[in-house]
Design a protein around this ligand. Structure first.
Ligand SMILES: C[S@@+](CC[C@H](N)C(=O)[O-])C[C@H]1O[C@@H](n2cnc3c(N)ncnc32)[C@H](O)[C@@H]1O
Length: 415
């Protein structure tokens, strides 16, 4: 079925466009915010259509020429074809709509901290095709698009992509189809490569060829990690502090915006607090936000090891880091530790209901919630409201320009 002459009024987090047709909302692949177009419905669901754009009738006033030659094929970016100011406006809408829908909170405007549009990612993950070439997934597909550059990556990564591809091509030539994926991480001066392999027969060859590489190279074979050259971690500088981040530890991808995010979180938290950091990772957030007096909980044992080293390195005197599932935190532990405030930065799925109930039992007054998902943040704010808390402050942070992803920090508090 074709529907003609519809206006694109919003963009979803996965990059699809949104339009209202006479009967239902349509989610449309390939359409641009602000344009008027015709669409073809590929799938009719009970409450919405899934569709693709067939023809532009009137160009979007926000349109610009995407600076990346791979943009129309590559699944990495979704809104590079509209100007940056409009990108920010769309992210504001995303957060405001989620808060209104889930938590019935209406806010007129929300500040979004802005940064550099390009060259911000300290980490990119690429697929390796059957010829050893580096690629991203295509838009809405598992097919691959070979790339020679990525404008989102930091300069150090971009400058080294060709040399890195030489390595993956060389290994693949010797052992066809033996590599799956490569994660490239960079700090100010070093590169760490984590290569996911499909066949362990290649390990001796890689060891022999690349043991003296100038890159820090590590292999991941199922769950096993094999160090080939250099280290299996990088040291990052953040707000004048130093952090060891191992190859499988979480680390925010945009150094510059992370500093802005943590400064805001520090401001929301206030001074002289003993903090419980749930989902603490290697403790970058808690150590950056609170200078001392930290208890951290994290499921990844290696990240906890790094958190302890990071606490020592940054001269904390009062700290405790525990490898444990944060869902099973109990209120007696929080009271025993004399915690004043909680900092949380859970995965995209947000918080288990039980954590919110446990926190409420302690009557802790301040919760600083860092999130990369407006939907789960809004849902959790609603659950906090049901347990006696209110949303006091919220700010967005544009960590991921050219995509519809956005980071947020919220202060949730009670009297
Ligand atoms: C978004 S990251 C935040 C990490 C850290 N706060 C930081 O900024 O570097 C989420 C962290 O939650 C951890 N995690 C996931 N599920 C968990 C669970 N059930 N209990 C504890 N930690 C968990 C992950 O390993 C990851 O380190």
């Amino acid at each position: 079925m074709e529907i003609k002459n519809i206006k694109i009024i919003d963009i979803l987090q996965d990059g699809r466009a949104v339009a209202k047709t006479q009967s239902k909302t349509a989610f449309i692949e390939g359409a641009i915010y602000g344009e008027i177009c015709n669409i073809k419905v590929n799938n009719e669901k009970k409450n919405f259509f899934e569709a693709e754009k067939t023809k532009t009738l009137e160009k979007s006033p926000y349109l610009r020429k995407p600076p990346c030659p791979y943009y129309y094929e590559c699944g990495g970016c979704s809104i590079m074809d509209i100007n940056y100011k409009t990108q920010i406006k769309l992210k504001k809408n995303l957060i405001k709509n989620a808060l209104l829908k889930s938590a019935k909170i209406k806010i007129d405007d929300i500040e979004i901290l802005e940064g550099e549009e390009f060259g911000y990612r300290n980490k990119i993950r690429l697929q390796i095709n059957k010829n050893g070439k580096l690629a991203y997934n295509k838009k809405y597909s598992n097919d691959l698009v070979e790339i020679k550059d990525c404008l989102l990556a930091k300069d150090l990564i971009r400058e080294n992509l060709e040399k890195i591809e030489k390595i993956t091509k060389d290994i693949t030539k010797k052992y066809p189809n033996s590599l799956e994926e490569i994660t490239i991480r960079a700090n100010e001066k070093e590169i760490l490569l984590n290569i996911k392999i499909k066949d362990e027969k290649i390990i001796p060859y890689i060891k022999n060829q690349y043991k003296d590489s100038t890159y820090n190279i590590n292999l991941i074979n199922k769950k096993e990690k094999i160090n080939i050259s250099g280290k299996d971690y990088l040291i990052y500088n953040l707000l004048g502090k130093k952090f060891k981040i191992s190859m499988n530890d979480f680390y925010q991808v945009n150094d510059y915006m992370t500093e802005k995010l943590y400064k805001t979180a520090k401001d929301f938290l206030g001074e002289n607090q003993k903090v419980l950091d749930l989902f603490c990772g290697s403790a970058t957030s808690s150590i950056a936000i609170n200078d001392d007096h930290v208890v951290g909980i994290e499921i990844n044992k290696n990240a906890i090891k790094d958190a302890k080293e990071n606490a020592k390195e940054n001269d904390l005197k009062d700290y405790k880091f525990i490898a444990k599932n944060a869902n099973y935190i109990d209120d007696k532990f929080i009271k025993k530790e004399k915690i004043d405030a909680i900092v949380l930065d859970p995965p995209r799925a947000g918080l288990d209901k039980e954590i919110i109930k446990t926190i409420a039992k302690t009557k802790i007054k301040k919760i600083v919630y860092i999130s990369c998902n407006p939907q789960t943040l809004a849902r959790d704010i609603k659950r906090f409201q049901e347990n006696g808390y209110n949303l006091e402050k919220i700010k967005g942070c544009d960590m991921f320009s050219e995509t519809m992803h956005v980071e947020m920090v919220a202060l949730i508090a009670r009297d």
